[in-house]
Design a protein around this ligand. Structure first.
Ligand SMILES: Nc1ncnc2c1ncn2[C@@H]1O[C@H](COP(=O)(O)OP(=O)(O)OP(=O)(O)OP(=O)(O)OC[C@H]2O[C@@H](n3cnc4c(N)ncnc43)[C@H](O)[C@@H]2O)[C@@H](O)[C@H]1O
Length: 151
C-alpha cells in the first residue's frame, strides 16, 4: 500500500529465506523484484494486518508472495532484526526472521504473485548488490555471519 504524508507509522514483517546446497554448502538468499514502483528487490514481506502478530504476517506474506508453505522452511527464531526507514516521509519498520529452505528447487518451487515479476537465489555479495539499500545489506551480512557461525 502506498504511504502518504501524515499517515501513521507503517509496519511490515517477512522472512530472509536462504538455502544451502552442494558439498560446500553454499548459502543463497531469496530476493524478489517488485512489479511496481522502482522494481526494487526484497525478501518476502508485507504489511502487518490489524490483529496479526509480526510472525503471522511474515508467514502469510511469504506464502502469498513466494508460494512457500510453512512446512517448507525452518524459521531461525534466534535471528530477528528490524529495519527502519522512511517511505514518503512516513517511518516504516520491517521485522525479519531468518528461515532456511528445507528442500531446494525443483522440489520446492517458487510461485510469484502479481506483486513480483522476478526472483533469484543469490550469494551474499550479489544479494547485497541487488538489494541496494544499506540497511538491507547490513542485515544480509549479519545473517550470513550468523549462518556461518551458528547453523
Ligand atoms: N509505487 C507503487 N506503485 C504501485 N503499487 C505500489 C507501490 N508501492 C506499493 N504498492 C502496492 O503496495 C502493495 C505492497 O504491499 P505489501 O506487500 O503488503 O507491503 P510491502 O512489501 O511492505 O510493500 P512495499 O513494496 O511498498 O514496501 P517496501 O518497504 O519494500 O518499499 C517501499 C519503498 O521503500 C523503498 N525501500 C525499500 N527498502 C528500503 C530500505 N531498506 N531503505 C530505504 N528505502 C527502502 C522502496 O524502494 C520503495 O520505494 C503492493 O501490492 C503494491 O500493489
Amino acid at each position: 500500500m502506498a504511504a502518504s504524508a501524515g499517515a501513521t507509522a507503517l509496519r511490515a514483517a517477512g522472512l530472509v529465506i536462504f538455502r544451502r546446497h552442494g558439498d560446500k554448502k553454499i548459502t543463497e538468499y531469496l530476493l524478489m523484484q517488485t512489479s511496481y514502483g522502482n522494481h526494487h528487490w526484497t525478501p518476502p514481506k508485507g504489511h502487518v494486518d490489524p490483529g496479526e502478530s509480526d510472525m503471522e504476517t511474515a508467514l502469510r506474506e511469504t506464502k502469498e508472495e513466494s508460494g512457500l508453505q510453512r512446512n517448507s522452511f525452518h524459521v531461525v527464531d534466534e535471528f530477528r532484526r528490524e529495519l527502519c526507514y522512511d517511505v514518503f516521509s512516513v517511518p516504516k519498520t520491517v521485522v525479519y526472521w531468518l528461515a532456511e529452505l528445507i528442500e531446494p528447487e525443483p522440489l520446492t518451487p517458487i510461485k510469484l504473485s502479481a506483486e513480483h515479476q522476478a526472483y533469484d537465489w543469490l550469494q551474499l555479495e550479489d544479494a547485497c548488490s541487488r538489494a541496494g539499500y544499506e540497511e538491507m545489506q547490513s542485515l544480509l551480512r549479519e545473517a550470513d555471519a550468523f549462518i556461518n557461525l551458528r547453523l
